[in-house]
Design a protein around this ligand. Structure first.
Ligand code: ADP
Ligand code: NI
Length: 214
């Protein structure tokens, strides 16, 4: 098992060599650690959790011309090449297919404890101190302003606001990041989310204060 994990780690590192900072190997490593942490309490199938966490962004549709089939296929081919049990592969594939945030609007309805754990771990990486860093990295990559008091955020996430590519990065907190704590699947994930959520609220308080020169 450890050999298969090591080969998977090497494969993911190599594949994500040139990924942007929000979706690089370190994102995967954090999700992997967090998923294992949650799994200690939730007791899912560990092998499925590990491979799904490691391979969940192996070919993100955002960076592959919207191709949603590529990631699950790359994961399947890789796991087959290292002779992982086919039931495990099938489960990992379903998780990757259904896990993306976009798919949470129109997913096929597939769910499993392991999927919930990995999805929680991925969402947790979007909030708290790391989540803040990732949001501004993404905003910088898209050349967005940090904040513009004249552009009011939506207070909820819509398909339109998700696709909106010009909003200030601070708006993303209201349209997604602050909503994630209520979208957690597992109790263990929710507990971590709550702490990170409160930290973001504190951060926003400071942000607006400093904005006014205080
Ligand atoms: P996932 O981790 O599920 O792939 P995304 O690809 O949507 O999630 O986002 C990756 C990171 O970029 C997250 O931390 C997310 O908050 C951030 N991000 C996505 N869209 C925006 C946006 N419009 N403004 C700022 N940050 C964003
Ligand atoms: Ni991810």
């Amino acid at each position: 098992m450890q050999n298969s994990i090591n080969s998977t780690i090497a494969f993911v590192k190599k594949t994500l060599e040139n990924a942007e900072a929000g979706h690089d190997w370190f994102h995967i490593e954090r999700v992997y650690k967090t998923a294992l942490n949650i799994n200690e309490k939730e007791k899912g199938h560990e092998q499925v959790v590990i491979f799904a966490a490691l391979l969940h962004d192996i070919a993100d549709p955002k960076f592959n011309n919207g191709n949603e089939e590529l990631g699950p296929k790359v994961a399947e081919d890789f796991l087959t090449s290292i002779s992982i049990n086919e039931d495990v592969i099938a489960h990992v594939k379903l998780i990757i297919q259904n896990m993306s945030f976009k798919n949470s609007f129109d997913s096929s309805g597939f769910t499993s404890k392991e999927m919930q754990i990995v999805q929680d771990a991925d969402r947790l990486d979007a909030i708290g101190a790391i989540g803040i860093a990732r949001a501004f990295t993404y905003g910088g990559y898209k050349n967005r302003v940090l904040y513009d008091p004249a552009i009011k955020p939506e207070q909820h996430l819509t398909k339109e606001s998700y696709k909106n590519t010009t909003a200030p990065t601070i708006n993303h907190f209201y349209e997604k990041l602050l909503l994630l704590k209520d979208m957690m699947n597992t109790d263990a994930g929710r507990a971590i989310a709550l702490e990170r959520h409160n930290f973001m609220l504190q951060y926003l308080d400071h942000f607006y204060n400093e904005w006014e020169g205080n």
